[in-house]
Write a protein of this length. Structure first.
Lengths: 198, 457
């Protein structure tokens, strides 16, 4: 018998008593102001969040960054200078010098500051991890209370890959001292777009 | 694996010799436990989340064969082949055969306690494959040729001076620069280069979803993603108990995992892998290595619910004061002490005794494993099977005689009280293990029985 058959057979031999899958029930009260909870949680985990009214405000921010000679990869179509098409198949060596990557996020979770970013959003799976500074644009309407609400709103296998990102990369592996910026981005800025039509 | 292990109590005594370091270890882990408490208390429904998580795991374990088959079919449909390994040896062989097919020379690995359990690094290095552990803590212990001492905080046994010296030796960092930010940045430079040049990435798995055939990997550093996305080949290794039925259940587990582990609301990255990109290959290795046997042990079955958060380590008074290496097992701490005897009773017979049975582990466990009760049950089995050792066995026998015979009990009590009053040196000496780090109590003048006889009116 193969190991596959052996393992399955060994499990069946134990004849475990059936246990019903529990129904999931959550009773915490949704706060009225999701944005302030999200913003508070995000700053607690090393990210920052600002409210904007339209894409022009983000464009102005990017123009300023561009002025400082930053290399920017932009995956948000509605913004000036969206150039992700040039990087769909780029490899890690090419992308390694990316200073800023700006990407659209899906649901954003108030209780833990996590934002769902899919392969379609990012264009290239490496970019949210290889860039030095990550910027995520989230529509205010996509704010949800907790993880349970988040999973209700997304289909995790709709695309080949998706990730909840909560803050910049970090580590406390040396004497429990928190260092922001482990192997991935050194910072995370989130723009919350109030008007989804920009 | 080395069969000549030092017993936990002896290794712990060694650990405690450096008093300052041991005190630091104790306090730092307690601080992590306090952070966990704060995070848990922020969720009013914390206790019901624990109940749900435990019940979801119980259900999944009861139908593990069915869920494994659904998972396999879905993963295959996603273009991800599934391999089945009966034990550590087969797991290592499978991983190497995939690497060999792709002519892989350099592997980057993100944290995976399973590959530690299987001794994969050692195996691959013997085959001429270079493996770099990319979690910062694991990278540090790998450079030092040590094992992780904690499943979430692999280098918690080290001080920044140790890390600085290690990095100075291997990465040529500045001597005596102890700044954690500087040291982290130095490792970042080296490891980002490793990510760019590796041929393959190996990761562990935090959760596998039967319904969609996908896997979820959680890191704070982003090291799993950097490795996987930069390489042509990704091998994910998981124990068969990592399965959960559906995405909605992730909502429960991801709310519990990081809060229990470090007090964070969630890990920085919770990555959901379903299908590889064009040109990339993904393989998943499902490993038994004693898990089906543990599933058959009714008293210990629940230990398979473990999500490897490490909360039981941080709260354990014995772990905090003995360090992870004294457990001589890839998973240390209270949970490791109930998993290890399943794999090798003789070698790990000391571990269930490395506990005060205070029950704190059970209280913090996010999936409600009755850890301290299982430790106690293991003790009974180990004594019955003859793994208790002569001293423990004969002293227990003597105690049973004394406690079951009131006359002997009274007599010995009286004699002992007198002796301890007149000759305290008889018990306050090095031959008495209870005297270590403790003062013996003052013997009372009379026993309770004597007092009661006098005062019963």
């Amino acid at each position: 018998m193969s190991s596959r058959e052996n393992i399955l057979e060994a499990i069946r031999r134990n004849k475990l008593e059936d246990m019903l899958l529990p129904s999931l029930h959550f009773y915490e009260h949704k706060p009225e102001d999701l944005l302030s909870q999200f913003s508070h949680t995000l700053s607690g985990i090393g990210g920052s969040c600002r409210k904007v009214h339209d894409y022009e405000q983000i464009n102005a921010y990017l123009a300023e960054a561009r002025g400082k000679n930053s290399s920017i990869i932009n995956a948000v179509e509605e913004l000036t200078g969206c150039n992700i098409n040039d990087f769909f198949n780029a490899d890690a060596k090419l992308l390694e010098s990316t200073e800023i990557f700006i990407v659209r996020g899906g649901v954003a979770v108030a209780e833990n500051g996590a934002i769902w970013v899919t392969e379609k959003n990012m264009g290239n799976r490496l970019l949210p991890f290889l860039c030095q500074k990550l910027i995520i644009v989230v529509e205010a309407g996509n704010l949800v209370f907790n993880m349970y609400e988040a999973y209700e709103k997304i289909a995790i296998d709709q695309e080949g890959y998706g990730v909840f990102i909560a803050g910049p990369s970090k580590t406390a592996d040396i004497e429990q001292s928190l260092v922001i910026g482990a192997h991935g981005p050194l910072s995370l800025d989130v723009f919350i777009m109030e008007n989804q039509f920009g | 694996m080395n069969q000549n292990v030092t017993e936990h109590s002896k290794a712990a005594a060694q650990f405690l010799k450096d008093e300052n370091r041991a005190a630091w270890h104790d306090e730092t882990l307690w601080f992590v436990r306090a952070k966990r408490d704060k995070a848990a208390q922020q969720l009013p429904e914390w206790e019901s989340l624990r109940e749900m998580a435990s019940a979801i795991k119980a259900h999944t374990l009861a139908h593990l064969d069915e869920y494994l088959l659904i998972f396999e079919a879905k993963a295959k449909a996603n273009g991800v082949p599934i391999h089945w390994a009966a034990d550590a040896e087969e797991h290592n062989r499978i991983v190497y055969s995939i690497l060999e097919k792709h002519k892989v020379k350099n592997v980057v690995k993100s944290k995976s306690m399973l590959t530690e359990e299987c001794g994969l690094n050692h195996y691959l290095e013997n085959q001429g494959v270079s493996v770099v552990d990319t979690d910062l803590g694991e990278f540090i212990v790998q450079l030092r040729k040590e094992q992780p001492s904690h499943i979430v905080l692999p280098a918690i046994h080290l001080k920044k001076e140790d890390v600085s010296n290690t990095f100075h030796e291997y990465l040529q960092t500045e001597k005596n620069n102890y700044d954690p930010a500087y040291l982290t940045k130095s490792a970042r430079k080296v490891l980002r280069e490793k990510f760019l040049t590796a041929d393959a990435a190996i990761t562990g798995v935090n959760f596998a979803l039967a319904e969609t055939g996908g896997i979820v990997v959680c890191t704070n550093e982003g090291n799993a993603d950097l490795g996987v996305h930069a390489a042509q080949l990704h091998i994910a290794c998981m124990g068969i108990e990592k399965l959960i039925p559906r995405a909605e259940h992730l909502g429960v587990f991801l709310r519990l995992l990081a809060r229990s582990a470090t007090g964070q609301p969630i890990s920085t990255y919770s990555s959901h892998f379903h299908r590889p990109i064009k040109g990339q290959e993904v393989h998943i290795v499902l490993v038994d290595n004693g898990r089906t046997q543990q599933l058959g042990r009714e008293d210990f079955r629940n230990s398979l619910k473990c999500i490897r958060c490490g909360a039981c380590f941080n709260t354990c008074p014995v772990y905090r004061r003995s360090g992870g290496h004294s457990y001589h097992n890839s998973v240390a701490g209270p949970i490791g002490s109930i998993l290890a005897p399943n794999l090798d009773m003789r070698k790990n017979a000391d571990l269930p005794f490395a506990s005060t049975l205070c029950g704190s582990c059970t209280n913090v466990c996010p999936v409600k494993i009755n850890i301290h009760e299982q430790l106690w049950t293991w003790r009974q089995i180990l004594m019955k099977e003859g793994y208790g050792g002569f001293v423990k066995k004969s002293s227990m026998k003597a105690m049973a005689v004394v406690l079951s015979n009131p006359r002997i009990y009274k007599f010995i009590g009286k004699v002992s009280r007198r002796l301890m009053q007149r000759l305290p040196g008889l018990v306050n000496n090095k031959l008495n293990p209870w005297y270590k780090n403790r003062e013996m109590p003052q013997p009372p003048k009379q026993s309770f029985n004597e007092w009661y006889e006098k005062n019963k009116k």
